[in-house]
Write a protein that binds this ligand. Structure first.
Ligand SMILES: [Fe+2]
Length: 357
């Protein structure tokens, strides 16, 4: 039996708190033409919502940002239960319209408490807020557009040294069969010799198909590293492979890790109005299959990614990052020193961020 989110990982807004936040969000959508705003514009607009966020939610978000929480935070009641949303969008990159604009502001404000919302230009047309919806013909892909097929264990953009530190999923329309799963690296119980193998940078992570990009070379990475009380993890059931295909230890270590991810998983079917925040450096996640109807009532989440390092965010000089492979040398803060950031190996590039990749 999978574990459930604990009370410590959950905060529920009162009806009055939800109402006040929603009224403030809808007021903001009337104050500006949200559809005309770029990524910076909608983020700045969302900043104005902070005064309507309950202080106890701000405290919970801060605890999550600082790493003092438990790698996951569920906020229930972020959106009103009686809102009419209109049909579920048919694509991940459709523009935000109607009340989804106010929902996106609520999502972005929560994200802003953790860092800077961003995305990659190669990912769903560079939309800062994407729709996580089932898409026809994508049912069995390993992307968030899938439905009938299991979306297996992965971290977001594991091939990228600039992958998000956190990501946020806001449920507009739920689906009881679609269970979001996650496992914290700190909960994994693995033999020391297996951990030792997983700590070595002898694995390769390839880009996933959600990214439209020409350079699809895999990058070297370790899988598990960091202190025992808060280890970090980089894993993907499909895109991560041992660098040496002949070696048996790496493959066996991945097999044992995959099994342990199943054993220690927490599972939750997101309900309307719920926001799930996951630490993308400390957790691995997945989603169970569900049936898409294609009639406008399918599961609908809003998603954004968050960079918690302000220096790293500023290196990119834009909120829509041009390449998941790392900041170009001419942009980064290491450029002035002449350090060949673009030519550096993935491991060297990630070392400057304190990680293993
Ligand atoms: Fe994901």
């Amino acid at each position: 039996m999978p574990a459930q989110l604990t009370a410590e990982q959950t905060i529920r807004l009162t009806p009055d708190e939800t109402k006040a936040l929603w009224e403030a969000a809808t007021d903001l959508t009337r104050s500006e033409d949200v559809a005309a705003l770029d990524a910076d514009g909608i983020t700045e607009l969302a900043c104005g919502l902070t005064a309507a966020v309950p202080p106890r939610l701000l405290r919970a978000l801060h605890r999550h940002r600082s790493g003092a929480g438990l790698d996951a935070l569920l906020v229930a009641g972020l959106l009103p239960a009686d809102q009419e949303w209109g049909p579920t969008p048919r694509g991940s990159a459709e523009p935000l319209t109607g009340p989804a604009q106010a929902a996106a502001l609520c999502l972005l404000n929560a994200a802003l408490q953790l860092g800077e919302p961003f995305t990659f230009s190669t990912f769903y047309s560079g939309r800062l807020v994407q729709h996580v919806v089932p898409v026809p013909t994508m049912e069995h892909t390993q992307t968030s557009e899938s439905s009938s097929g299991m979306l297996d264990w992965h971290v977001e953009d594991g091939f990228s040294p600039d992958r998000c530190d956190h990501f946020a999923l806001l449920c507009v329309r739920g689906e009881t069969a679609a269970h979001t799963r996650f496992t914290s690296a700190r909960d994994l119980e693995l033999p020391d010799e297996v951990r030792e193998v997983l700590r070595r940078p002898t694995f390769l992570m390839a880009p996933d198909t959600a990214h439209e990009m020409s350079d699809r070379r895999p990058v070297a990475t370790a899988v598990l590293w960091g202190p025992p009380e808060a280890p970090e993890i980089c894993y993907d059931a499909h895109y991560l492979t041992p660098a040496e295909q002949q070696g048996g230890h790496e493959a066996e270590a991945l097999r044992l890790l995959g099994r342990e991810l199943d054993v220690k998983r927490v599972e939750h079917a997101l309900a309307p109005g719920e926001l799930l925040l996951l630490d993308n450096r400390r957790t691995v996640h997945a989603r169970t299959p569900f049936s898409a109807r294609g009639d406008g009532t399918d599961r609908w989440l809003l998603r954004t990614m968050i960079c918690s390092s302000l220096p790293r965010f500023r290196d990119h000089r834009t909120r829509i990052w041009s390449s998941p492979h790392g900041v170009p040398a001419s942009n980064g803060r290491y450029a002035a020193s002449g350090a060949p950031a673009r030519e550096a190996s993935a491991l060297e590039a990630s070392t400057r961020e304190g990680g293993t990749r």
